[in-house]
Every structure is written in C-alpha cells, then in structure tokens.
Design a binder for this molecule. Structure first.
Ligand SMILES: Cc1cc2nc3c(=O)[nH]c(=O)nc-3n(C[C@H](O)[C@H](O)[C@H](O)COP(=O)(O)OP(=O)(O)OC[C@H]3O[C@@H](n4cnc5c(N)ncnc54)[C@H](O)[C@@H]3O)c2cc1C
Length: 234
C-alpha cells in the first residue's frame, strides 16, 4: 500500500503520473486563542483573497487554516504575532471576537492532484499519494480514510471467499471505484475554489443567492453533509 503523501516517491517509482493544477496559494496555519468560545463549531469565511477556516480544538483554541495567494501568504507569515492576530481577526470578521494568542505559524503549498492510476502491479495508492484536494472542504484526510475502508472491504471479501485477495481484478475494482469517486470530489472542491476566486461584477451576489438557495433545500443539504461525513449510499 502506497501512503507516503502528496509527493509520493513510491508512486513515482511505480511509474504513476499525476494530473492537476497548482493553486499558487499557501495555507497559513496556526492555533489561536480567542475572546469568544468556539462552541465546538467550525467556521469558514470566503474572502476575496481566499477562505479562512476556524476549526475547534479540544483545548478551547481554534486551528486557523487561511488560504492565500503566495505573495500575500509570505506577508502574513512575516507579520509579528500581534499583527497576525489582528489580520486573522479581520479576515474572519471577528466571528470568535479578537484573537488573543497564537502558536508559531506554518504554511503549506496548495494544489489539486489526482494520480493517473491508483494501482500498478501490486502497488495500491491511498490518501494524498492518490489525491490531493484544496483544504477548503476539510476533506483530504476523510478521502484517504474512505480509500482504506474500500480497500479493506475488497480484500476482506476476496479473502472470506477463499480467493487470492491480492489478485489483479480485486485491486482493479478498488482503483476503479476510488479513482472515480476521489477525482469527482477533487474536481468538485476545485469548482468551489474557482467559484469563490472569480471576481466578475455581480458574480458575488449571484453566488450568495445560490448558497442561500442551497441552504433552503433541506434534502440536498442533508445529502451533502452525509457525503462529507462519508456515510454510505450518498
Ligand atoms: C493546511 C491543510 C489543512 C487541512 N485540513 C484538513 C481538514 O480539515 N480535514 C481533512 O480531512 N483534511 C485536511 N487536510 C488534508 C490532510 O492533511 C491530508 O489529506 C492528509 O494528511 C493525507 O494523509 P496521508 O496519510 O495520505 O499523507 P500525509 O499526511 O502526507 O502522510 C504521509 C506520511 O508518510 C510518511 N512517509 C513518506 N515517505 C515515507 C517512506 N519512504 N517511508 C515511511 N514513511 C514515509 C511521511 O513522513 C508522512 O508521515 C488539510 C491539508 C492541509 C495542507
């Protein structure tokens, strides 16, 4: 099983190429304390520069994931703590009040990437070695877990039936299912990124209407939430 991440050396050794695009963005991350409690709620705000997410941590702090164009990310990384806390507060529209303390920041380059194949011989790709998605959906690790669940199901079924669980057709079935599902998700998140990055006049109002409409269509909303949670049949 190849699970060595986005820059997978094993994938390269197996001769599997990748497709995708560079977002020319970096995600700036830090753990911050805030004036108001996060109430176990994740928030995400889409700004013209990129989305900023506040993810609740068990110790009461929040994890910030702030996606920014590369040059702006470099500026944000160079700020002192007080200036960073003020900038992140403004970007998040002070949803949790002012931020009061931060850890050192780190940053990650962002790209969309899907491996051309998920299987080569006996090598099976899972997780970021297979697909890398924009963090705006908070789904990267979840997709990897779904890969592993699908692979375990396939191998388990073959073994229970007394067949060779590493047979080519067993691995191909995993690859077929997870590559189409993973690519669909990756390009759906990419479409969301493009929809929020596009700055044409009037587009922002139209996008807002679309989101409000989506919010009101309860069955569709439920299906999206269930899909994000990885529940079957969605
Ligand atoms: C800023 C940011 C925010 C994110 N937020 C979320 C989120 O909210 N929710 C979510 O679901 N996902 C999120 N993701 C995505 C998530 O982090 C990744 O999808 C996930 O970490 C991928 O897991 P992985 O195990 O496939 O790869 P990795 O996490 O990259 O792990 C690969 C591991 O393999 C090891 N390795 C490499 N080569 C070898 C070798 N030769 N031998 C042994 N070990 C090796 C590496 O050291 C590493 O530990 C986020 C990503 C980013 C960048």
């Amino acid at each position: 099983m190849v699970a060595d991440g986005a820059g997978s050396a094993l994938r390269e050794q197996a001769g599997i190429g990748v497709r995708g695009r560079d977002y020319h963005q970096r995600a700036v991350v830090a753990h911050v304390a805030s004036e108001r409690a996060h109430a176990q709620t994740a928030w995400q705000r889409f700004t013209p520069e990129g989305p900023i997410a506040l993810l609740p941590l068990a110790d009461g702090r929040s994890s910030i994931v702030w996606s920014l164009p590369e040059a702006r990310a470099r500026e944000v990384l160079a700020l002192d703590d007080a200036a960073f806390l003020a900038a992140a507060g403004m970007a998040s529209d002070f949803r949790l009040g002012a931020f009061t303390a931060t850890t050192p920041r780190a940053s990650f380059p962002l790209r969309l990437q899907v491996a051309e194949r998920f299987v080569a011989g006996g090598c099976v790709l899972v997780g970021d070695a297979a697909h890398v998605v924009h963090p705006l959906a908070g789904q990267g690790a979840n997709l990897g877990l779904r890969d592993v669940a699908e692979l375990a199901d396939g191998l388990g079924e073959a073994r229970a039936a007394g067949r060779d669980f590493a047979a080519a057709h067993v691995l191909r079935r995993y690859a077929r299912r997870r590559r189409s599902a993973g690519a669909l998700d990756a390009y759906a998140f990419d479409a969301i990124e493009r929809a929020f990055a596009w700055q044409a006049p009037g587009w922002s109002a139209l996008r807002g209407l679309g989101l409000r409409a989506l919010d009101m269509i309860t069955p569709l909303n439920r299906r999206l939430a269930a899909h994000a949670a990885g529940r079957a049949g969605v």
